[in-house]
Design a protein. Structure first.
Length: 228
């Protein structure tokens, strides 16, 4: 049976966000209408389709089920996908009430809609901060979208993950670029899962992005392995 109130998915909205809004609009407690598995990788699509009247292919586009291991995780690692942290855009989330799917990836610590730095605080508690190097994050997002069909995109994103993680665990306040000690502490915690700090990752990603496919990539990796 279709629910009395069925919101239309916002462009780019995540599966978890849509289910949360669906429950809120129908005065249901979180987790009572539909279960979201694997942090947005899958759900009971047939049940969710029955509740909303939306076709399953449209609902599946809200999740990460078609994405490769470098995005959703494999062999104990979560890949680029955040494990538990919730990142917010202090501008867009306040306007729509929805979370973008791209906000669930550590390789995208910036809102692609408005160019604002994401935050771990709710929108009302954080002032928007502009971010430079917007083209870097747009390029990463384009490769994420290509990764469902392109082996080259999957390999590139896997290399970016490896390089960024190695830079993170070996970072200090002066390398690979000057950073506050608090950011370094956050980055050094990167193990199987990305750290929760979007600001810290945003400082590393343009540097890591520039290294991929250049003559500098291998020496950086070798140096990181020796230091780690």
């Amino acid at each position: 049976m279709t629910l009395p109130v069925v919101p239309i998915p916002e462009p780019g909205e995540s599966l978890r966000s849509y289910v949360s809004r669906l429950e809120d609009r129908n005065n249901q407690r979180p987790g009572t209408l539909a279960r979201v598995h694997g942090g947005g990788v899958s759900a009971d699509w047939a049940h969710l389709s029955e509740l909303t009247g939306l076709p399953q292919p449209q609902l599946r586009c809200l999740g990460w089920g078609d994405y490769p291991g470098c995005i959703v995780g494999a062999r104990g690692s979560t890949g680029w996908r955040l494990r538990q942290a919730q990142w917010w855009c202090p501008t867009c989330q306040l306007l729509t009430g929805a979370w973008q799917r791209s906000w669930e990836l550590a390789c995208l610590p910036v809102c692609l809609s408005c160019g604002t730095a994401l935050s771990t605080y709710p929108a009302a508690e954080h002032e928007p901060e502009p971010v430079t190097a917007q083209w870097v994050f747009k390029d990463i997002w384009a490769r994420v979208r290509q990764s469902t069909t392109s082996r080259r995109a999957r390999q590139w994103l896997g290399r970016l993950l490896r390089v960024t993680r190695l830079l993170a665990v070996t970072a200090d306040t002066s390398w690979p670029q000057p950073m506050p000690a608090a950011m370094v502490t956050d980055l050094n915690t990167w193990g199987y899962h990305p750290p929760d700090s979007p600001a810290a990752i945003a400082r590393l990603l343009p540097f890591a992005h520039r290294l991929i496919g250049t003559s500098e990539e291998r020496p950086i990796l070798q140096s990181a392995f020796r230091t780690a």
